[in-house]
Design a protein around this ligand. Structure first.
Ligand SMILES: Cc1cc2nc3c(=O)[nH]c(=O)nc-3n(C[C@H](O)[C@H](O)[C@H](O)COP(=O)(O)O)c2cc1C
Length: 220
């Protein structure tokens, strides 16, 4: 196969920069603390959306699906994002409440992957998060039938205008179909770029929530 001119070449020995060698990065025994440390670093360096993550689900035929979403909360109970529960991802998660997520921070050349079970957040938690969103974004949640076909941009703008008029000066409350999901990981893997593709990987695995993590180093 010939080299594709669209794809940048791999760095050669001559061009490899030493600043890509990052020293010790697996600095914590608890994966959530380690993730918090890496995310804090990424927040300092990423130009946009350091909390964005690829979310993988599978559909009824077992066909994987994948899209970016924003992480909105993380602690030892799991990782939370918000969406329209009637969207493609919402339907897939109702039928098969399991997901994988992946963060890749280019500026620090690190990746973190999670796999686990998915549970809906409580109405109270979703209400509290929804209330922090800008009013226009809250109206947008009412106006968008996410993932369903739309005739054109005007159909969306019409819905936004209609919903804005309906709410007037009233509080824009959360629609029942807009909520959050929490991924409760059973597997978490930290990956850091090392020179010449000799990367470092640290995997945490557990059999169930609230059981102990087992760790393993993996060949790159
Ligand atoms: C950086 C980024 C962040 C996003 N965050 C969200 C989000 O938090 N929630 C959401 O529903 N869609 C988000 N989206 C849009 C989704 O990627 C996707 O287009 C949408 O949710 C519909 O996906 P689905 O049809 O698979 O359900 C984001 C897109 C990008 C590029």
């Amino acid at each position: 196969m010939t080299a594709n001119s669209l794809i940048p070449p791999s760095p050669s020995e001559e061009t490899y920069s030493v600043d890509q060698d990052q020293g010790e990065v697996f600095t914590k025994d608890d994966p959530f603390s380690l993730f918090a440390e890496w995310l804090a670093l990424a927040i300092k360096t990423e130009p946009n959306d350091p909390n964005s993550m690829a979310l993988a689900t599978v559909d009824a035929d077992g066909m994987p699906d994948l899209r970016m979403v924003l992480l909105k909360d993380v602690d030892a109970s799991g990782l939370t994002f918000y969406t329209n529960t009637q969207s493609a991802k919402g339907k897939q998660l109702t039928a098969n409440p399991k997901a994988a997520i992946c963060f890749h921070w280019k500026t620090i050349r690190r990746q973190v992957r999670f796999r686990g079970n998915v549970t809906p957040v409580s109405d109270a938690e979703a209400d509290a998060y929804f209330a922090t969103r800008a009013r226009s974004a809250r109206i947008g949640a009412h106006a968008s039938a996410q993932s369903r076909p739309m005739e054109g941009r005007f159909a969306l703008e019409k819905q936004v205008a209609l919903k804005a008029a309906q709410f007037g000066v009233k509080e824009v409350t959360r629609p029942a179909y807009w909520s959050g999901y929490r991924i409760v990981p059973l597997q978490i893997e930290f990956w850091v770029n090392r020179p010449f593709r000799l990367h470092d990987r640290l995997q945490f695995k557990r059999d169930a929530e609230n059981t102990d993590w087992k760790t393993a180093r993996l060949f790159p």
